[in-house]
Design a protein around this ligand. Sequence first.
Ligand SMILES: [Zn+2]
Ligand SMILES: [Zn+2]
Length: 265
Amino acid sequence: MYYDYHVHSNFSSDSDTDMKDTIERAIDIGLKEICFTDHIDYDYCDPTINFDFDINEYTDYINKMRKLYGNKIKILKGVEIGIQSHIIEKCEDLVDKGKFDFVIASIHTCDRKDLYNGDFFIDKSPKESYSKYFEELLKCVKAFDSFNVVGHLNIIIRYNEAVAKENIRDYYNIIEEIFKTLINKNKGIEINTSGYRYKLNDFMPSYDVLKFYKELGGEIITLGSDSHVVDTLGTKFDYVYEVLKYIGFKYITTFENMEPRFIKI
Ligand SMILES: [Zn+2]
Ligand SMILES: [Zn+2]
């Protein structure tokens, strides 16, 4: 039984997909639950893109979907918030008002520069880029309280080939601090399988990092395809379950009203 907890719809400015189509596909492939996590990124560094939407409209549409499909699949209302250390208060307010089931905190912008278009990497060595990214993430997870998991933990490897060649073990000190902060705050991480659509051909974070999370006592893990179109729902979830079991994880986590529930795998 699979639970896709990272799915975008046309409430995100980078997706054209109607929730209806996604839900029908989710039912077809037998997903037990689907959680929409559309983008809200305040102070996004590219002013031509508006990663924001009307929460009331979003809630109404999800309620409508629940009426139509609620007997076939459980539909959760989530959000993927783009975190930056200078906007944490605004993010707290949003979650307070939004009454979400589930909140992913993700870094898309670092140092007020875009990871996606590569601006962030200009004038930085791969080591500087990686360190800066994890320092910003640590700052954010320390300051931010209103979220459940960190999204796509080492996403920056997706956007820069030189960074992708770095040995992640060189950053275990700071990753340890990030994980310990999350564990103490009862937060977790997601396994994001979108890497299979890109050159990475792996999930994020990778096997070694997941193992490290487990060794430190990490238990909360959600699974998400980060789909923006219907075809990628549930990508590689069967494989990820096997990997999780192999590492020694016994549960994956789902959320309702921000409360975790542990599902045996
Ligand atoms: Zn993201
Ligand atoms: Zn996403």
